[in-house]
Structures are given as structure tokens and as C-alpha cells.
Design a protein. Structure first.
Length: 278
């Protein structure tokens, strides 16, 4: 089957495996500016890879004063940047930016507003239904990126969640990684702590391949972070097939289930609080 164009966010530094499968566009997490990934790259490594591959550098940390240390002149001119902290907009030309406001960019009006500000490339939330995604595609002229395969990040905190947990319960461990079972849904979660904070991931792979024929209008990201080696090879081999979701342990719940609530949907709560006099 002819492979469509996908962007690989690797789980290993050696990119030869991905190149053997025909991939040559990569998202590379920048050391000290990103969190929640398996590997991080320094500037020299990124520039070397960018000599023969298309490269996006991802920076998904909230940076605070560290934003002032960022120097775009150290990077090759052909590199683009996927950024979450909007402070970086003051240091990177907007034509080289892909804005990644995690879980926030969820409708075409927000995407179109950013376009008026000169930000015409964005990562759209993948908690949306396929109908909502198609609405965005039809109503926007921006360049849309989408996490097509990923163990989705649920939250990011600057707190040391794992070490604080160990300390509170007197657990003598240097472990910075836990797998949990959430009580209500029984979903398995991954909690990882790094020097810049902690992230919580869904342990099950989100895979949107069932709707590949509709999503091919987007730039599709394959995030291999924390995905086992066997599933990784299946994904690399079959990512261009709409049956990929059936070949790995995955789900596409968000694509078929509307989870958002509008203010009007919560009116009963307002009446309830009114009756309580609060």
C-alpha cells in the first residue's frame, strides 16, 4: 500500500529504523524545553538531522524566564518549531511556528482568529469528533496538524508528583514512573516525573486510522512515545491503512463521542445552586 505522508515523533534517538520504513519528517523534542518524551535532542543533534530530513522542534514546556534564553539563530533556517508557550512568539518568526495549545484549540473560530495574528499553522485538539474535525477543515485555511497515533497527554504539572507521592507514603524508591488504574473509568494511566515537572499519559494508544480517508487533509503526527517495540513496528508498517486501529491495542473513542458541554447543558446545576441559596 502506498504510504501517505506522516510526521514521526520518535521514541529513540537512532532514526535509522524510521528511515528504513520510508519516513523523513520528524518532530524532535528539544532538551530542557520539552517534557514527557522518551528522548531529547540538543541543538547540534537537531541541526545534523535537519541536513537531510524535514524537522520540527517541539517545545511543550511552560518556560517562564527560560524563554529569554532561547536563541533561534543557533538553529538551521529550514527548521520549524511546535511551541506551547506563547512567550516564544516573541523570539520565533511566525512563519516558522506551529502553535500547540494542548487541549485548547478545539474549533475553527479559534484557528481563524490565530490566522489573523499571523499564526497559520496549529496543532488541533484530538479530543474532537470526526464531524468537528471536518468542520474545522472546511472552515479554515490554516495548516492543521493532528496527533493521529499517540498515547495522549492528559495533564502536565511543574510539581514533582512521583517523588512527592513516594515521600508522603514513605516509599524508598528512585522510581520516576508509575502505571495507575483510574477508579471511575478503570483506564490505565502513566505518570512520569522529570526534572521540570510531571506528565500523565493515557496508557492506551489513541489511533485515528478508521477515518484516515477524511483526515489525510491534515498533517498527521505519529507520536511513538511510550509505545512498545512490537506496536511501534506495526504502526510504522501499517500507518497508511485504515485497519491499523484493529492491529494494535488502541481506541478512537473521541472521534465518535461528543464529550464537550456548553453552558446551557449545565443549566440544571445553576438552578440547583440557586435553590440552595449559594
Amino acid at each position: 500500500m502506498q504510504k501517505k505522508e506522516f510526521i514521526i515523533l520518535p521514541k529513540r534517538k537512532e532514526l535509522k529504523l524510521y528511515e528504513e520504513y520510508g519516513f523523513n519528517t520528524f518532530i524532535l523534542p528539544l532538551k530542557d524545553y520539552s517534557i514527557g518524551f522518551n528522548v531529547y535532542f540538543d541543538i547540534d543533534e537537531i541541526n545534523k538531522i535537519a541536513k537531510c530530513n524535514a524537522v520540527y522542534v517541539i517545545m511543550n514546556r511552560l518556560l517562564h524566564k527560560q524563554v529569554y534564553d532561547f536563541d533561534i539563530s543557533k538553529f538551521n533556517d529550514n527548521i520549524k518549531f511546535i511551541v506551547e508557550d506563547i512567550g516564544l512568539l516573541s523570539f520565533i518568526p511566525r512563519e516558522r511556528i506551529v502553535l500547540y495549545e494542548h487541549h485548547i484549540l478545539s474549533n475553527y473560530k479559534a484557528v481563524n482568529y490565530l490566522n489573523t495574528l499571523g499564526i497559520n499553522s496549529v496543532v488541533i485538539n484530538n479530543d474532537l469528533t470526526i464531524d468537528e474535525l471536518m468542520k474545522i477543515n472546511n472552515e479554515c485555511k490554516s495548516n492543521i496538524f493532528y496527533f493521529y497515533v499517540s498515547k495522549n497527554t492528559l495533564m502536565y504539572s511543574r510539581r514533582a508528583l512521583v517523588s512527592n507521592f513516594n515521600k508522603y507514603y514513605n516509599i524508598d524508591s528512585n522510581e520516576n514512573y508509575y502505571k495507575l488504574s483510574e477508579k471511575s473509568s478503570h483506564h490505565k494511566l502513566i505518570v512520569k516525573e522529570e526534572k521540570s515537572g510531571s506528565v500523565i499519559l493515557n496508557d492506551r494508544i489513541f489511533c485515528a486510522s478508521k477515518y484516515l480517508n477524511k483526515l489525510e487533509c491534515f498533517n498527521l503526527i505519529i507520536n511513538l512515545t511510550d509505545i512498545d517495540d512490537i506496536s511501534e513496528k506495526i504502526i510504522l508498517s501499517e500507518c497508511g491503512s485504515d485497519s491499523l486501529c484493529n492491529l494494535i491495542d488502541s481506541d478512537y473513542y473521541f472521534l465518535e463521542n461528543d464529550i464537550k458541554y456548553k453552558v446551557g447543558d449545565l443549566k440544571w446545576n445553576m438552578n440547583y445552586y440557586y435553590l440552595l441559596g449559594t
